[in-house]
Design a protein around this ligand. Structure first.
Ligand code: GLU
Length: 486
């Protein structure tokens, strides 16, 4: 049997780390077993669902390379024959109501007329009496006359599921193993709201069934929904899918990952200059590992190695330091041409005129490729190749305000003007010869030259940097830096 899995985000905000991890695991599962990965939009929260969120979720999934085989598409179309793939459209097509009415007919669901205020009172009472906070089924056995009466009062009913009173609901979770809930702890949950809209628990089961989902892979914050959903499957006489609940993601301090820990959405990480390959690799390791604890994966390897057996039930810790390290690893693996293509928007954003360099931008950006951790860091490190150097005060004080610096800068300027070829090795040889001939230590010359040309005391390998600046620019800056040296 072909497996069918789905990612079913509620579009009430951007795609978060946890959601992206769920999407990724579903995607990897489908790839590994030749299954189908479906994207379903669960917009049953009428107040909080927005089109911008849908768009942003599409963008983040596409950016991470998590192409879905079926589902709602960014251009408004749909791919696959189980549509519509957006729950509001499914509601409009009358898909949910039909099943709710069938359950009412079978005595497995009922209309409930309790008002929010009444429900609130019940909750308060339960709290006072230290009983579990759950709906006690007041409307389970209303007579036709009582219903008419409520309707005459203008009350619009919700439809609730009639939960069995005794027994247990259990399943064999593919990650958490045996999970069991006593039915008396479950409650008659709302399936259809007063607005006529289905709730998550109801729409999810109807859709997972109609879309022939074989494996429900989702965050373990949904574990408490699963017994409700299983009871619904049973009441409808439907086959229950396999469930795999992914471990919770905690911040480095051991509390649930949230805004307090910094960026939480995929879009924010993208802006910071993380690569999609990094996000994919890093998120794969949040709650999953290979037997040999592999950290870095080549393209296609995750798809090959992923397995629910490698998923842990204990919480995963989100470690931003490791994420940055990993991004550096991926940046290093790229060609400088690939890197510059990705860096270009950041350079433009920083107002850098990339046409103003003496050598191709890729050569410049590639100079410190081994050091970058984030694309966002690149502009500040390369800016001096494209515009006048901005002098770091500390570097000027420490390196340029020294005896002999004036003499050194002037001497080096003459040396550079006299070189027949302005190439790295020639520049190096001539600079060293100048130091030696004039009784300076190499560093005594290199440091002021570096600061004069770049404004900074650290940076790319010195003589290549000088070659890439070009002779005219180098000479101009040496001359200018003499003013700072005095
Ligand atoms: N819409 C739900 C959520 O975003 C999906 C849960 C599920 O996968 O069943 O949390």
């Amino acid at each position: 049997m072909n497996s069918r899995v789905r990612f079913a985000p509620s579009p009430t905000g951007h795609l978060h780390i946890g959601g992206a991890r769920t999407a990724l695991f579903n995607y990897l599962f489908a790839k590994k077993y030749g299954g189908t990965f479906i994207l379903r939009i669960e917009d049953t929260d009428e107040l909080r669902s927005t089109d911008e969120s849908v768009k942003s979720i599409f963008e983040s999934l596409q950016w991470m390379g998590l192409a879905w085989d079926e589902g709602a598409m960014p251009d408004g179309s749909q791919k696959g024959s189980y549509g519509p793939y957006v729950q509001s459209a499914r509601e409009a097509a009358g898909i949910y109501k039909k099943y709710a009415e069938g359950l009412i007919k079978d005595g497995k669901a009922y209309h409930c007329y309790c008002t929010p205020a009444e429900l609130d009172d019940m909750r308060k009472k339960a709290q006072l009496e230290k009983r579990p906070l759950k709906y006690e089924g007041n409307c389970r056995a209303l007579t036709e006359a009582q219903k008419k009466d409520f309707e005459a009062q203008g009350r619009s009913p919700v439809i609730r599921f009639r939960m069995p009173d005794g027994g247990v609901t259990a399943w064999n979770d593919l990650i958490h193993n045996g999970v069991e809930f006593e039915n008396k702890l479950l409650y008659d949950f709302v399936m259809i709201k007063a607005s006529g809209y289905p709730t998550y628990n109801f729409a999810c089961v109807v859709d997972d069934h109609l879309m022939e989902i074989t494996h429900v892979i989702r965050g373990d914050d949904h574990i408490s929904n699963t017994p409700l959903q299983i009871n619904l499957y049973q009441a409808l006489g439907w086959k229950i899918p396999e469930f795999a609940h992914l471990s919770m993601i905690l911040g480095p301090d051991g509390t649930r990952l949230s805004k307090r820990h910094g960026a939480t959405s995929v879009g924010e990480y993208r802006k910071e200059g993380y690569l999609p390959e990094t996000m994919k690799n890093y998120l794969a390791l949040l709650g999953w590992s290979t037997p040999d604890s592999r950290q870095l994966f080549n393209p296609g390897e995750l798809e090959e190695k992923f397995d629910l057996k490698g998923c842990q039930k204990s919480p995963a810790i989100f470690d931003p330091v490791k994420l940055q390290w990993m991004n550096g690893e991926y940046i290093r693996k790229m060609t400088k041409e690939q890197l510059v293509a990705l860096a270009m928007p950041y350079l433009k954003d920083a107002g850098i005129n990339t046409a103003a360099s003496y050598v191709p931008v890729a050569d410049i950006v590639g100079l410190e490729q081994g050091k970058y951790k984030l694309l966002r860091e690149i502009p500040a490190l390369v800016k001096f190749f494209f515009a006048e150097a901005e002098y770091d005060e500390h570097a000027v004080d420490k390196v340029l305000k020294n005896t002999d610096v004036l003499k050194i800068l002037d001497g080096i300027k003459q040396v550079y003007l006299g070189l027949d070829e302005f190439k790295e090795d020639r520049i190096e040889a001539a600079t060293r010869a100048f130091a030696k001939d004039n009784g300076f230590k190499a560093g005594q010359v290199f440091h002021p030259v570096r600061v004069s040309l770049s404004g900074r005391s650290d940076g790319p390998t010195l003589f290549r940097m000088i070659e890439y600046l070009g002779r005219d620019e180098a000479v101009k800056r040496l001359e200018k830096a003499k003013e700072l040296a005095v």
